[in-house]
Design a protein around this ligand. Structure first.
Ligand code: 1HE
Length: 262
């Protein structure tokens, strides 16, 4: 069942767990530093995820989620090459954020630089106690290039990202959770199980609801309020009219549906 997906480089591993595709960064000896081949392959995977998948768990082999950009590849690049390199990251991560499936990242150890940019493109973040967050670009004479300046302030506010970049501040898992980087903070070793539990629950939603949350909600948030409310009404009407919504509401009224919290 796994052979229908795009070919993956050795730096990525795909496993199946029920209806969840588990995509793992697999370069632990380099702390899952992200080289160009891995970025391109991540983009291709999310452009054409396996047909059986209803959600994706994005995790990592080894104690660190990702040390960010592979600094070994940061050789002499002129401004034009640098621009297109950054755009390549944007394209790949847009396919995560605006792809067809909800994506849950499991964060451990270093979630830094481009690793944090990758995590920020996921829809939910589960962080183990070991996770720490930083944007060391400021210390390396760089600037973020993988979408952090758009996605990280959305999660934590521009003021916190400014602090992380100007001072090199490292946030612990708990600080990341308070700041808004983390949806679920779990003990070490429990991240994957928590993410799979969430993926199973999400896979049980109707496809139109998941689509609305991933695609309509971010656009509504960015729209002018009146436009946002109009989009909300349109999306609500489409979801409500689906056969699945009718079946689910009838099931609840007949005592078969899940109660809130179940
Ligand atoms: C790497 C990288 C990397 C480790 N590129 N090779 N990111 C950073 O500035 C983070 C740099 N990394 C670190 O600060 C540390 O490695 C960690 C805190 C993540 C982990 O420390 P530790 O003690 O477990 O590992 P280590 O001994 O530092 O590294 C192990 C190996 O991984 C070592 O290689 P080795 O051949 O000597 O064994 C390191 O060189 C290698 N390694 N991190 C390449 N990042 C779209 S723009 C995004 C811009 C950015 O992401 S800038 C931030 C880059």
């Amino acid at each position: 069942m796994l052979d229908e997906v795009v070919a993956l480089p050795a730096s990525l591993i795909l496993e199946r767990s029920g209806e969840a595709a588990v995509l793992m960064l697999n370069r632990p000896e380099k702390r899952n530093a992200l080289d160009d081949a891995t970025i391109v392959a991540i983009g291709e995977f999310f452009a054409r995820p396996p047909s059986w998948a209803r959600a994706v768990v994005l995790a990592a082999v080894g104690p660190h989620f990702s040390a960010g950009l592979d600094l070994g590849e940061l050789t002499e690049r002129d401004a034009v090459d640098g621009f297109f390199h950054s755009r390549m990251w944007h394209e790949a991560f847009a396919r995560i954020e605006s792809g067809t499936l909800p994506v849950i990242a499991v964060l451990t150890g270093a979630v830094v630089g481009g690793g944090l940019e990758l995590a920020a493109a996921a829809h939910l973040r589960v962080a183990e106690e070991s996770a720490f967050f930083a944007l060391p670009e400021g210390q390396r004479g760089l600037f973020v290039g993988g979408g952090a300046s758009v996605r990280v302030p959305r999660l934590v506010g521009a003021h916190r990202m400014t602090d992380m970049m100007l001072t090199g501040r490292v946030l612990t898992a708990d600080e990341g959770a308070v700041a808004g980087l983390v949806n679920y903070r779990v003990a070490n070793g429990e991240g994957l199980a928590k993410a799979l539990e969430l993926a199973t629950s999400i896979a049980g939603n109707s496809a139109i609801t998941n689509y609305a949350v991933i695609h309509a909600l971010p656009r509504i948030v960015q729209a002018a309020p009146e436009t946002g409310l109009l989009l909300e009404s349109l999306m609500a009407a489409v979801a409500q009219s689906s056969q699945e919504a009718k079946e689910r509401m009838n099931a609840f009224l007949n005592g078969h549906g899940r109660k809130v919290g179940e």
